[in-house]
Design a protein around this ligand. Structure first.
Ligand code: UDP
Ligand code: MG
Length: 321
């Protein structure tokens, strides 16, 4: 129950990219879940499931069309091309209506029974409810450790994120409106949502394995998202290179002093090949690194300066006008 005493209208938002294998099963399970929640009086009967087709090349959009023509519980948003999960989520949040919106993956790896806990927390006045994984047992060894490094780096650089939370979360209407004011092209929702600053809460769940189909996140995409998170929310890497530059400069100064001393008083060895060549490689590498890090941020500024739309909708189905 929300503050007005009426059951809130819930919107479930699912990004879908080539999910034809799993979409029918997902739709069936979510429809049943929504009906059960409505029967229990926890959500309004006007609640809906929004599928955002992120430029799929398979039958995903056809399946969404069939669902929408079968029941008014379903709505479809077709993006004009593949924008990426973060943008598909953002598009769904901006397009969907309802008092509370929950985003979740189309493969239902996130436990949908936790939605009850999320709604209960929302009823207590929390406007952001994070779904947090109690453990990472369903992950591969590799994914578990890369995730650890990613979150460690983020918090080390002063970016507030919720550990072991992906994009399974509830947002109130107000939180969604706040989010809509963030117009950044370099979108990393896990970094932005904690910045909204509304009352928030966490609920815990166990993530299962994908029921069908393959992960849409290749290693390259995963690294891309991680880098996005790091460089969109922190300028620490820029500082690190300044400090590194200063340290190398001081060492060079010290070595220079030592070389002068050795030349004048003839102590020790004559400075030779190693002391000439090593610094060349060292400084060359350091300079390239520094330029690369600075370039990463210049690239971001470039993309932001263009101010391109975050997403464009080709078709809408079953939406409130
Ligand atoms: N997804 C998307 N656009 C993309 C890649 C993925 O909308 O370009 C969706 C995908 O359909 C799924 C969710 O994002 O609903 C998470 O993807 P996936 O399950 O492949 O990621 P994983 O769980 O393996 O991290
Ligand atoms: Mg998945």
């Amino acid at each position: 129950m929300n503050t007005t005493g009426k059951a809130p209208i819930l919107g479930l938002v699912l990004p879908c990219f080539n999910e034809e294998d799993i979409l029918p099963a997902t739709a069936g399970r979510l429809e049943a879940k929504l009906r059960q929640l409505a029967d229990d009086g926890l959500v309004s009967a006007e609640s809906r499931i929004y599928f955002v087709d992120d430029g799929s090349a398979d039958r995903t959009w056809q399946l969404i069309q069939e669902l929408c023509s079968r029941s008014s519980s379903f709505a479809g948003i077709k993006l004009s091309r593949n924008y990426g999960q973060q943008y598909a989520l953002y598009a769904g949040l901006m397009e969907a209506t309802g008092d509370a919106l929950i985003t979740l993956d189309a493969d239902l790896q996130d436990d949908i029974d936790v939605i009850d806990d999320m709604l209960a927390s929302f009823g207590r006045g929390n406007e952001i409810v994070y779904g947090v994984r109690a453990n990472r047992e369903s992950d591969t060894f590799f994914k578990r450790y890369t995730a650890k490094i990613h979150y460690g780096l983020l918090s080390g650089m002063g970016v507030a994120t919720v550990h072991n939370h992906a994009d399974f979360r509830l947002l109130s209407r107000r939180a969604v409106e706040f989010l809509g004011e963030y117009r950044e092209v370099n979108l990393y929702l896990r970094g932005i949502v904690p910045l909204l600053g509304l009352p928030s809460d966490q609920v815990f769940y166990t993530r299962s394995e994908r029921l069908a189909g393959d992960t849409k996140y290749s290693l390259g995409r995963m690294l891309g998202l991680s880098l996005q998170g790091l460089t969109s929310f922190s300028i620490v890497p820029l500082r690190v290179i300044s400090v590194l530059g200063l340290v190398v400069f001081c060492i060079a100064l010290g070595l220079g002093g030592w070389a002068l001393y050795a030349a004048v008083w003839g102590a020790g060895t004559v400075p030779g090949w190693a002391s000439t060549v090593i610094p060349i490689y060292l400084l060359g590498g350091l300079q390239l690194l520094a330029i690369g890090v600075a370039g990463e941020y210049i690239g971001k500024t470039f993309m932001e300066a263009k101010g391109r739309p975050l997403y464009q909708v080709e078709r809408r189905l079953g939406m409130n006008e």
